[in-house]
Design a protein around this ligand. Structure first.
Ligand code: SAM
Length: 387
């Protein structure tokens, strides 16, 4: 591991700050996204086996291929428009894009291939390099890398989608003290980082709780209750929804509706860190070498979406979503005699992991839509009802 002077950068930032403290969101933005030393921006970042965490796309091609089936149906639903935009946000090492494009290549629907404009929005220069390398053989496709601000408002007919993007946004940490909503800040105690509690840094934090109808002043919430607020998620959805003229926003991530997320018993919140596939809850360790994530409050995305002219088409679990798109058929196909024993074991394990109700299968899949007719809202991935 190369040395990263993040601690020194933090000390300077806190020392130069107006009140000698920064919010946890500023802290998290720095340790994850500092242009040079942030976790996601370091040249050595690896997602999957050799890295710190797995995602669904690290498990093999099935996740991307099943998602491609849903994206294809969206194109058909919209009347096979040309151009048809697929905008993948936060593409990691490019694995998901590779699996989706491979599927479209295999399908060989020339109308779709010609209409498709596949755009990747990736904040990490190091990951964008890895993506370009992995995807360089897809010369038949119109595949480009852009920033969100490159995409004009009201210009996209198609789908914006992401897997495990929103959980990586920097969050504010809040707590309840003496019955009041307070915020956790990072300050210095003899040059060491230390948490301190002060009033909230922005009214948007209390407005957030109004938005999702959660009242932390309720006595069921114990003193010192601690949780997170993802204001970046609201801002992101506001920006993305403005770019969409007609179509869908598909968000896959771990998380809960607000009433489950902000359960009184969840009194330490959902913040988790991943370092070399070990999960822990100390965001101040391994500065710049570990991932820090929080669960996604899907109610916040739905309510924010409604105020941005988006309609919730459906919210389901990844397991049900993938089963509706044909994962069960893929499991059955493993006994067709076409595969070796080791292929069967490896693929069956991957397929089971994707739908495991105690793991990836319990991820949320939220599909929001804009300017759609009733029939355009019928989506294959949402056809198995949630319980
Ligand atoms: C947890 S990884 C998920 C990667 C990939 N989607 C997958 O399923 O393997 C989060 C990804 O989002 C990217 N990211 C985080 N914030 C972003 C932002 N504001 N805009 C674009 N990409 C972002 C990270 O650099 C990284 O590629």
């Amino acid at each position: 591991m190369n040395f990263k002077p993040l601690k020194q950068i933090l000390v300077e930032k806190i020392t130069n700050s107006f009140e000698g403290r920064i919010t946890f969101a500023q802290y998290m933005a720095l340790v994850l996204y500092h242009p040079e030393y942030g976790y996601y921006n370091s040249p050595e970042i690896v997602i999957g086996k050799g890295g710190d965490f797995f995602t669904s796309s690290s498990l093999g091609q099935d996740f991307g291929e099943l998602l491609a089936i849903q994206l294809h149906q969206m194109w058909q639903n919209l009347g096979c428009p040309n151009p048809f935009y697929l905008v993948e946000m936060g593409a990691g090492n490019g694995q998901l894009a590779q699996d989706i494009l491979n599927y479209f290549q295999f399908e060989n629907n020339q109308l779709l291939i010609k209409a498709l404009k596949y755009i990747i929005i990736e904040q990490s220069p190091a990951l964008a390099i890895a993506q370009k390398k992995l995807l360089k053989s897809f010369t038949a496709f119109d595949l480009t890398w852009k920033t969100l601000s490159d995409i004009p408002d009201d210009s996209v007919v198609g789908c914006f989608f992401s897997n495990e993007l929103v959980d990586a946004f920097p969050v504010h940490l809040v707590t309840k003290e003496s019955g009041r909503l307070q915020e956790v800040y990072i300050s210095l105690d003899r040059e060491e980082l230390t948490e301190i509690i002060y009033p909230i840094s922005s009214d948007q934090i209390s407005q957030y709780f109004d938005l999702v109808k959660i009242d932390l002043s309720d006595p069921q919430y114990p003193s010192n209750y601690r949780t997170e607020v993802n204001l970046n998620a609201l801002n992101w959805l506001y920006i993305v929804s403005a770019k969409l003229r007609r179509g869908y926003i598909l968000t896959i991530d771990y998380g809960y509706p607000a009433n489950k997320y902000y359960r009184p018993s969840r009194d330490r919140g959902t913040l988790q860190c991943y370092f070399q596939h070990r999960r822990h809850n100390n965001p101040y360790a391994n500065l710049g070498y570990q991932d820090i994530t929080t669960h996604v409050d899907f109610t916040a995305l739905e309510v924010q979406g409604e105020s941005c002219n988006l309609e919730t088409i459906g919210f389901t679990q990844q397991g049900l979503f993938l089963m509706a798109l044909g994962l069960g058929d893929r499991l059955n196909d493993l006994s067709s005699g076409k595969y070796s024993i080791s292929q069967i074991f490896q693929r069956r394990d991957a397929l089971h992991q994707l739908i495991d109700p105690t793991g990836l299968g319990n991820f949320g899949v939220l599909i929001q839509g804009k300017n759609l007719t009733k029939s355009e809202k019928f989506l294959k991935g949402l056809t198995i009802p949630t319980i």
